[in-house]
Write a protein that binds this ligand. Structure first.
Ligand code: PLP
Length: 394
């Protein structure tokens, strides 16, 4: 079938929950994607912050193939070596102590919420604990994750949510402090807001929140599903600020395409929250998914990829700054490493469509922001090529 025929089939078979771009990608290599007609694209999306090492990476593919031939699934009632190895590496990378593997980011958020509620319940026996989340946040589409997502547009039709969620303003400490009371069990935010518009937490905000949480024994949950796994030039974005969360959620690049996420916590929280029977998953951290995470984590250690993010990320920052100066309709540029955004004073859909027709894959964050989340292996030459195409599209 031709590409257009596949697209028509898709529109008659799949539930229309996405306004998809008119392309069927067939295969990829490095930072390049190829559609069914063989047209080549430079990828600055990475499956939205997922494919850190680029497509068709031999070391990664070989590890998955070897695991497929061994065993794909058992059950979490049995130990499996890839999950043990991956957990060990994730502990080392986060500096935290206890790992629960999930199938997705949203599920990692669900687990973090349950952890916080159980931790508080064991202290005071109450069942009306509150969580403080941030406006403009994004934490996923399941009911719990949706309930802590700060965009009312995503939530409204599905109310009531899980309840006892309050929203404060990111980087406005007083707005958080005002909402804290003796029922507060957790403060949750993305270290760098992704979907909501690429807003990094300020150092002042995050350190003050850490202190507040310590004083009141409230759990600090940092959602690193998008900004973690090296995207900011740090393995986890909070490492830039010299603080540590009590619970951290990870997904997206953790599996580099194989569905796996995790929530990771300190020993103290692990020892005083979820116990046998409290939480589970059939697929989460199965041998195939965990083999992907194990290989991915080992590649972060062996490749020095964080240096590339720091160097080329800084270069991307300079180049996007130049573009902003040349265009009056670009009103802001922000972000860290390979998580950057250009904010326009109008919707960016047309620009993204033009880029796609010229062989550049870009994605928005909200309606007015172009989000740059390329594979972490992108080079300065790739940045130059992207900038050249982008200029033609503006
Ligand atoms: C993508 C994302 C999620 C949800 O992850 P899924 O795997 O799509 O469920 C949660 N939080 C953040 C910050 C994300 O970017």
């Amino acid at each position: 079938m031709k590409m257009q025929e596949y697209i028509e089939e898709a529109e008659s078979a799949l539930l229309h929950t996405y306004n998809r771009y008119p392309v069927v990608f067939d295969h990829g290599d490095g930072v390049r994607l190829y559609d069914l007609d063989g047209k080549e694209y430079l990828d600055f999306v990475a499956g939205i912050s997922v494919f850190a090492f680029g497509y068709n990476n031999k070391e990664y593919n070989d590890a998955l193939k070897a695991q497929i031939d061994k065993i794909i699934h058992t059950s979490n009632y049995y130990y499996n070596v890839p999950a043990i190895e991956a957990a060990k590496k994730l502990k080392k990378a986060t500096g935290l102590d206890r790992v629960f593997f999930t199938n997705s980011g949203a599920e990692a958020i669900e687990g973090a919420i349950k952890t916080a509620r159980k931790y508080a319940y064991l202290k005071d026996g109450r069942t009306d604990h509150e969580i403080i989340a941030m406006e403009h946040s994004f934490h996923g589409r399941t009911m719990g994750a949706l309930s802590v997502t700060g965009n009312p547009k995503y939530r409204e039709a599905f109310e009531p949510g899980i309840g006892n969620i309050k929203f404060a303003k990111m980087n406005d400490y007083e707005s958080v402090e005002k909402l804290v009371n003796d029922k507060t069990c957790a403060i949750l935010f993305e270290t760098v807001q992704g979907e909501g518009g690429i807003y990094p937490a300020t150092e002042e905000f995050i350190t003050k929140i850490r202190k507040l949480c310590d004083e009141k024994d409230i759990l600090l949950i940092l959602d690193e599903i998008q900004c973690g796994m090296g995207r900011t030039g740090y393995m986890f974005a909070w490492q830039k600020y010299g603080i540590k969360p009590d619970v951290c959620t990870v997904a997206k690049a953790l599996g580099c395409g194989v569905p796996i996420g995790a929530f990771v916590m300190s020993e103290k929280v692990g020892a005083h929250s979820l116990v046998a029977g409290d939480h589970g998953t059939t697929y989460g951290g199965n041998p195939l998914a965990a083999a992907a995470a194990d290989k991915v984590l080992s590649m972060y250690e062996s490749t020095g990829i964080l240096d590339n993010v720091k160097n080329v990320g800084a270069y991307l920052y300079e180049e996007l700054d130049k573009i902003m100066k040349e265009h009056d309709d670009i009103i802001d540029h922000r972000g860290l490493g390979f998580l950057q955004g250009l904010e326009f004073d109008h919707p960016v859909g047309d620009i993204i469509n033009r880029a796609l027709s010229k062989g550049l894959v870009l994605i928005n964050a909200g309606t007015n922001i172009i989000r740059f989340v390329p594979p972490l292996v992108i080079s300065k030459a790739d940045v130059d090529e992207m900038i050249g195409i982008l200029k033609d599209c503006l």
